[in-house]
Design a protein around this ligand. Structure first.
Ligand SMILES: [Zn+2]
Length: 283
């Protein structure tokens, strides 16, 4: 059964019928004030309409509008209308569609879409399982997903002001009392500024692995050992890391070696050799 959209030209279809279909019938109202458009639908059959409440076809060929009027005042039709009115439509029922493809085909299609997304965006193929998991998680709230938009700018904002802060807090918690290895390096950015980058390696109890994390970066144009140490200490302070937690440091600074202050006999392994200034804080 094919339903015709309101306003569809039925002239040719209705040619043989004595009483021809009129779209203005949809704006008629029954004795209870219910609009005909709530139940009446025109199908692609000459002289026949469809009642969606009763699931029945109505022949108006010979009696025209009168046949439709008779149908909607019928006790059975009224009963059906009451049932529909007093029942809530299940959420998502309108989105349910008939699937004619087999499950195998549908699964293959999802896999193809995922794989082509990775290629189109030059993403590593190792990301495939995570990407699929990500899609599943988002689609759990389909209604919200349909309304969600995200721009480049808002993604940056969310990351710097929301996610980054939470990640930092999380890392800070993980590092509490943990022994870690420090790795500093300097690099030059596009502005020709020298940047001190501080990485750490630590044992993550959650993953059971040694993980690498970026603690922070500082602009370090005046790269004296004292200045580097000051930057380094300010980064460590952000994570409440004590020097006693630093078991090893691997400075890789070309001109001035950066090192943690000597803490006496506790960490003899931390002696760092270098061509330039060494800093030591005597206890
Ligand atoms: Zn009906």
């Amino acid at each position: 059964m094919k339903f015709l959209p309101p306003g569809y030209n039925t002239k040719e279809l209705e040619q043989p019928a004595k009483n021809k279909w009129r779209w203005q019938w949809l704006s008629e109202v029954d004795s209870k004030g219910v609009k005909w458009s709530d139940w009446l639908q025109k199908i692609e059959v000459c002289g026949v309409a469809f009642c969606s409440l009763c699931g029945k076809t109505i022949n108006y060929k010979s009696n025209g509008k009168k046949a439709l009027k008779l149908h909607c005042e019928d006790a059975n039709h009224q009963k059906n209308h009451r049932v529909v009115k007093t029942n809530t439509v299940l959420p998502g029922s309108s989105q349910a569609s008939k699937q004619s493809e087999s499950m195998l085909d549908r699964v293959a299609k999802q896999r193809a879409i995922t794989a082509s997304f990775l290629s189109e965006h030059c993403l590593p193929f190792t990301l495939a399982p995570e990407l699929l998991e990500f899609a599943k998680r988002l689609s759990q709230d389909k209604q919200a997903l349909d309304k969600t938009t995200i721009s480049k700018t808002s993604a940056t904002y969310i990351n710097t002001h929301g996610v980054a802060k939470s990640l930092k807090e999380e890392l800070k918690d993980k590092l509490k009392g943990q022994v870690l290895s420090l790795n500093c390096d300097e690099a030059t950015n596009n502005n020709n500024d020298k940047i001190l980058n501080v990485l750490i390696q630590y044992f993550d109890e959650e993953t059971g692995k040694i993980e690498i994390a970026h603690l922070g970066s500082r602009k370090q144009n005046l790269a004296t050992a004292a200045n580097i140490l000051k930057s380094l200490e300010s980064i460590l302070a952000e994570y409440a890391i004590e020097w006693t937690q630093v078991a090893a440091d691997k400075p890789d600074l070309s001109r001035s070696q950066c090192l943690r202050p000597s803490t006496g006999s506790h960490h003899p392994s931390s002696a760092v050799t270098g061509e330039a200034a060494q800093v030591s804080h005597e206890q």
